[in-house]
Design a binder for this molecule. Structure first.
Ligand code: MN
Length: 255
């Protein structure tokens, strides 16, 4: 049985390359997520940001796991804050869809892997908050540049993973070199989540649910999908997620 993994997408306005005419808005997902799921033995399906709640439930009926991908900033109203001037672009349809989708997925006990924005969405959906902009809001004497300009497969900072954590066990590593494409990060951690990996400046780089055998929720702040060729530890995250989705599907079939 091949577990089906829903991969969230974003909406992008496209422009005709030749005539520079504005085209429509397109549903887009980075191929790295899709390939990461497929390599790990899952069947990736890119999810359109549907607005109707019944359609969202119907979408989930066809899924065994959920991968929340990276992208634009989440609207801070979801954690009760007004936007600061440094907040980046938001995509309201995507925010609404993902918060609803994730809420329903959590109710179903569906395994969720959150990457970059995905980790942040997971934390907020469970009641946590975010730094809207690290450089202007996080007080640290040597805050790292978490927004690299180099290609996304190149690591730019170190991450220390807690030795006894489930993420360390999954990755089979507790010292990582990761890429970094974010200016937001976890501020207050949601109840039930544990922060299990940090950059040298203290920024939360990975979270996990207290007991993954009860509820498989993992989030990483780096783009693991872009580092699959750099190290097996990044592929391990996708494999663990697909495995959890397979178990979830079997339990669902038996119920
Ligand atoms: Mn980082």
């Amino acid at each position: 049985m091949t577990p089906v993994i829903g991969v969230t997408a974003t909406l992008k306005q496209d422009v005709d390359a030749v005539a520079q005419r504005p085209l429509g808005r397109f549903v887009r997902a980075d191929l790295d997520y899709v390939e990461g799921v497929a390599e790990a033995g899952g069947m990736p399906v890119v999810l359109p940001p549907l607005g109707d709640s019944r359609a969202v439930e119907a979408l989930l009926d066809g899924l065994d796991g959920l991968l929340l991908s990276g992208g634009s900033d989440l609207d801070p109203s979801y954690y009760g804050e007004k936007p600061v001037p440094e907040l980046g672009d938001t995509v309201p349809e995507r925010d609404r869809f993902e918060m609803r989708l994730l809420g329903y997925a959590l109710r179903r006990g569906m395994p969720v892997l959150g990457i970059c924005r995905g980790l942040q969405v997971l934390n907020v959906a469970l009641g946590g908050t975010l730094y809207q902009d690290l450089p202007s809001q996080m007080d640290h004497p040597v805050l790292l540049g978490h927004r690299q300009e180099t290609p996304k497969w190149e690591p730019t900072h170190e991450v220390k993973v807690d030795g006894g954590s489930q993420v360390a066990e999954i990755m089979a590593s507790d010292e990582l070199k990761v890429n970094s494409y974010h200016h937001q990060a976890v501020k207050d951690l949601a109840y039930g989540l544990v922060s299990v990996a940090h950059a040298p400046d203290g920024v939360v780089e990975a979270v996990e649910w207290g007991d993954l055998s009860q509820r498989w929720l993992v989030g990483v702040q780096w783009h693991a999908e872009a580092m699959r060729d750099v190290g097996a530890e990044h592929r391990n995250l996708f494999e663990a997620h697909v495995c959890a989705a397979e178990r979830h599907a079997l339990c669902r079939a038996a119920a």
